[in-house]
Design a protein around this ligand. Structure first.
Ligand code: ATP
Ligand code: MG
Length: 208
């Protein structure tokens, strides 16, 4: 029969092992933190089929402006959608450009879509040359690249030549291979399930 003392000993051993393990974890992490010394703008791509790409991008924009940084947004799709983030950020005087005609899968005029994408891209390039902008979000840009409305090589070059400390975030499904190669950080949001599949329509304040 195990008495109370035995149990206490076992617990002590467990606690000691836990402490040792955590100490090793801490050492590994501290070493990585010590090795990461570069200060630079980060180019982030958030892609994949799951929900959370745009909200993540907008989360970083609010994080930046919460630190009194200057951020700007160019949205390459859904121009006519009521967008909660746009309503908020415009109140805070964050530059927010929406692609002219409001590209959706419903428009069928390729030339009009191309022109709208190009017009937004012209504004995007200006931001990529503006030292005063600390962070730019190019929301849903991947589609315009994949449709060939915006040239991928031009995008990669403009991002490579941006101010050194400027952060750039691109969101959208199916990010082009060259974007993934150029990016410093790439996150892929995977869909495990989505309410839409069980008939729930897009909810105001939650989905847009
Ligand atoms: P969010 O804006 O919520 O972060 P997202 O940017 O990751 O979503 P998009 O591909 O831009 O996703 O799609 C925007 C809209 O489509 C949102 O209303 C979102 O809820 C919905 N959506 C996202 N993922 C899925 C999915 N796997 N199935 C169905 N609808 C989705
Ligand atoms: Mg999105």
């Amino acid at each position: 029969m195990t008495d109370k003392k035995d149990i206490e000993n076992k617990e002590d051993i467990k606690a000691q092992r836990y402490k040792e393990r955590q100490q090793k974890v801490k050492e590994r992490i501290d070493a990585k933190i010590a090795a990461a010394t570069k200060e630079q703008g980060v180019f982030l791509v958030i892609t994949g089929n799951g929900k959370g790409k745009s909200t993540s991008g907008f989360g970083m924009v609010t994080r930046a402006i919460g630190h009194d940084k200057k951020a700007a947004v160019v949205q390459f799709i859904k121009g006519n959608w009521d967008c909660g983030e746009r309503n908020l950020l415009q109140k805070l005087e964050v530059p927010f450009i929406v692609m002219g005609t409001g590209f959706t899968w419903e428009t069928q005029d390729k030339e009009l879509d191309r022109q709208a994408a190009q017009a937004a891209w012209v504004e995007a390039k200006k931001l990529l040359q503006d030292e005063s902008i600390d962070m730019i979000l190019f929301d849903e840009m991947t589609y315009m690249i994949n449709y060939g409305h915006i040239d991928i090589d031009e995008v990669v070059e403009a991002i490579a030549n941006r101010p050194k400390m400027q952060h750039v975030i691109i969101t959208g499904r199916g990010a082009h291979r060259k974007l993934l190669e150029a990016a410093d950080t790439v996150s892929e949001v995977q869909s495990v399930k989505h309410a839409f599949e069980s008939g729930v329509k897009a909810q105001l304040g939650f989905d847009y």
